[in-house]
Design a protein around this ligand. Structure first.
Ligand code: HAM
Length: 404
């Protein structure tokens, strides 16, 4: 027997209703705030993620599904996330000519070659949104509010919003120098990845999952070198505005100065939403500002901010939607009449099904009471008399009707 690949899951009919409700809520809420849906391809040039997400991140280094097809084809990668793809599309379709903000949302599968565990898959789905063209803190706040309002609309309440500012490249460079100075004495004790990160991208070290590295980074002389102390005035004011507007909008948050996120494109605000019910993989949603990415991928300098949430993680937390019963089940041994009636009912907007095997009435009624609210009995008498016998399957009450 061939089974589904490790780290992938079928979303079965009894789960899909919850997914459909989640997607509908996203579409409704985001449309109300003027976000338009965008669907980009699930594979892109590998270079897009190397440049966009960053080639010293775990995602690009260890987790990408990368391949070539044909003889002289370029290397392609199944998208590990969708911000880079949306930015590519924004540039390619000259969306910078639209009046800002340009607001886009998406839902779809992402692929990361990670070790599967609860809440972590190799194919998973994200719902996300990206807002282009606004540098002011109001955009960060709007995006965080969209995130929390959406989670609330799905019925989630036990949430924590963690917030940090990563500053701009200038203030971050000063910080990088200082953190390198503090870490240097321990360089030999770090894992091989962190030795590379030390040179290429020191901030990434703080995201390391290796327990020995984590212990070293917990030392006071390293822990006390905090980015916050290096933030320039403009970045500080921006962050103060974000906090001020969030408080005004009654969004509860906590500052997490260790929050660096696992992707390289972030500048200034970063945030995550966590639920204590999720265990170790407790982030439902993550996002932030990425003011340098559009330019880095070949577009004009364009401020931007967005988030993405894991649909599997969300669906594991919310109430499962129950399957609804059909409006009608047609009980008849006259297949031709049953088909005609089913078509007519569906045209009128009812949900309806019928027996395809001309089974005995008792069998058909048994099936009807399992799947439908009402049965329409269409036997010889009914056909001759030009009426339907409609049986309410909850009360058992039967009526004769000439029209449905
Ligand atoms: P991310 O934090 O890598 O951010 O992913 C966002 C969410 O996707 C996570 O919080 C989690 O719920 C879900 N997720 C990630 N990896 C997995 C996995 N292996 N299995 C199940 N769920 C997973 C991004 O992807 C950024 N593009 C977000 C963003 C948009 N930033 C700005 N705009």
């Amino acid at each position: 027997m061939i089974t589904a690949q490790r780290g992938t899951k079928d979303i079965l009919p009894d789960e899909i209703l919850t997914w459909q409700v989640v997607q509908k809520k996203a579409a409704e809420l985001f449309q109300k705030a003027n976000y338009k849906e965008i669907r980009t391809p699930i594979f892109e040039a590998t270079e897009l993620f190397k440049r966009g997400v960053g080639d010293s991140t775990d995602i690009v280094n260890k987790e990408m599904y990368t391949f070539t097809v044909g003889n002289n084809e370029n290397s392609i990668t199944l998208r590990p996330e969708n911000t880079a793809g949306v930015v590519r599309s924004y540039i390619e379709h000259n969306m910078d000519r639209l009046s800002p903000p340009v607001k886009l949302w998406y839902m779809g599968p992402m692929f990361r070659y990670e070790r599967p565990q609860a809440g972590r898959q190799r194919q998973f789905h994200q719902i996300g949104l990206e807002l282009f063209g606004i540098k002011e803190a109001a955009a960060d706040v709007e995006v965080i509010i969209m995130a929390t309002e959406f989670l609330k609309a799905t019925g989630l309440n036990d949430l924590t919003v963690s917030l940090n500012s990563l500053g701009c490249p200038e203030c971050r460079n000063k910080y990088k120098e200082e953190i390198k100075k503090a870490i240097k004495p321990y360089l030999n004790e770090l894992c091989d990845d962190c030795k590379v990160r030390f040179e290429k991208n020191p901030l990434r070290m703080l995201d390391c999952k290796n327990e020995d590295c984590k212990k070293i980074f917990e030392k006071d002389e390293i822990k006390n070198v905090v980015l916050k102390d290096f933030i320039c005035n403009e970045c500080r004011e921006h962050f103060e505005d974000v906090k001020k507007y969030l408080s005004a909008a009654d969004v509860k948050f906590e500052i997490d100065k260790m929050l660096v996120r696992g992707l390289d494109y972030y500048t200034r605000t970063v945030f995550e939403v966590k639920s204590s019910s999720l265990g170790s993989q407790n982030a439902i949603l993550g996002g932030g500002r990425y003011d340098g990415l559009v330019e880095m991928l070949g577009g004009k300098p364009t401020p931007a901010v967005g988030f993405a949430l894991g649909v599997e993680r969300l669906c594991s937390l919310i109430k499962k939607e129950e399957d609804k019963k059909l409006d009608y089940y047609i009980v008849s041994t006259e297949t031709k009449e049953a088909v005609k009636l089913a078509v007519k009912l569906r045209e009128k907007g009812y949900s309806a099904d019928f027996d395809m095997q001309s089974r005995k009435f008792a069998k058909q009624l048994e099936k009807a009471s399992k799947v439908a609210l009402k049965a329409i009995i269409l036997g010889e008498d009914e056909i001759k008399g030009g009426y339907y016998t409609v049986k309410d399957l909850t009360s058992g009450e039967q009526t004769k009707q000439t029209e449905i």
